[in-house]
Design a protein around this ligand. Sequence first.
Ligand SMILES: Cc1ncc(COP(=O)(O)O)c(C=O)c1O
Length: 407
Amino acid sequence: MPPVVDRAEGCILHLADGRKLIDAGGGAVAVNIGHGRHEVADAVAEATRRVSYVLPPWVTEERIALVELLRERWLPEGLTRVGFTSGGSESVDTAVRLALAHHSTSGRPERRKIIGRETSYHGLTMTALAISGHRSRRAPLEHVLAEYPKMPNLDAEGLEKVLWDEGPETVAAVIAEPVVGATAGALVPPDGWWAEVRELCDRHGVLLIADEVMTGFGRTGKRFGVDHWDVVPDVMVGGKGLSSGYAPLGGIFATEEVVAPIAASGEGLMFFTYSAHSAACAAGLAALRILDEEDLVTASAIKGADFLRRLQEVADDPHVLEVRGLGLMVGIELVRDRNTAEPYPAIEGMASRVVAEAMDRGAWVYPAGDGNASDALLLGPPFTISGSEMDEVARIVAESISVVCGT
Ligand SMILES: Cc1ncc(COP(=O)(O)O)c(C=O)c1O
């Protein structure tokens, strides 16, 4: 049975049966500013009172203010074109439509392929899933998913090979998460990987899409994941932390060069009914202001490094291959034998069992891994988490692994 949540405050979920859970997963790694921020709720209420709904392309105060704030204080230089949806999957889908429309309106309709990573998750709409490499989430639909090429996870030379195998002139875009989240548990690429991927895309006229749905808005200790490697993509996708979970909101951010040929052609990208919903934009605006005013991106960087230290007991467990991460996006990879890195068989569902045990002991952590191998846990708490809460999570996770894995 899923828990019945009565209210949430800071990092704590108060359940209807009186128990408390530390939200060490930030829900689905979404709640960057923490729960129960009344100023966000007030902003949503105020926006709803003023204008409940108008067509997405029309202007409201909240829409304009959010675009301006993103341009002034958040987005990497050059990413000036902004659109909103109701979440990550819709945003990824829109980014793909944007890349395809960019090429077709530039006279290159043969550029249709999107290269994703072998281990990746970009969402559940049919295109987002088709470009993803999350095996268990793909499995029920594998027979109908459109085929898209996949590149190796951490080896840029592998991308070059895929480009040549496919024919670079047929490729529209490469998409990747800066740090692989749900599929692998905070898998950080080697230094140089992002720069090499950027260079390959430039060389072959391929657009680079960074999926920052999980990593964006401070999660990795910088504004965006790609900032760790000083790379600016052509298109960036956000969700989760954009509104910190207070309202369904996703974002697509692109350069002028990507959008210009589409605009010149007179073609438009159709909106979803709830794209750029004014109340959701109000939530995003209030959440981003809190991140800024309380310097929470810096907090994510500092606390993330601290959290890794506090997880030493977990790292020492013989069933833990690695504890890793950037900022407050921390992954714990579980294996049957760390000397050989032998994974648990998928059928044993070890990550989910550890998550269930941790829930019983008072903490929510997010299960990760792609259903075949690499059972992993993701810790993605609010950036307001305290030292004692981190200690408590570390203790619960260490105990849960020990009980479930029989350490
Ligand atoms: C990197 C990434 N992209 C896209 C998505 C899909 O976002 P949503 O669940 O909001 O549709 C997720 C969700 O976990 C994600 O982690």
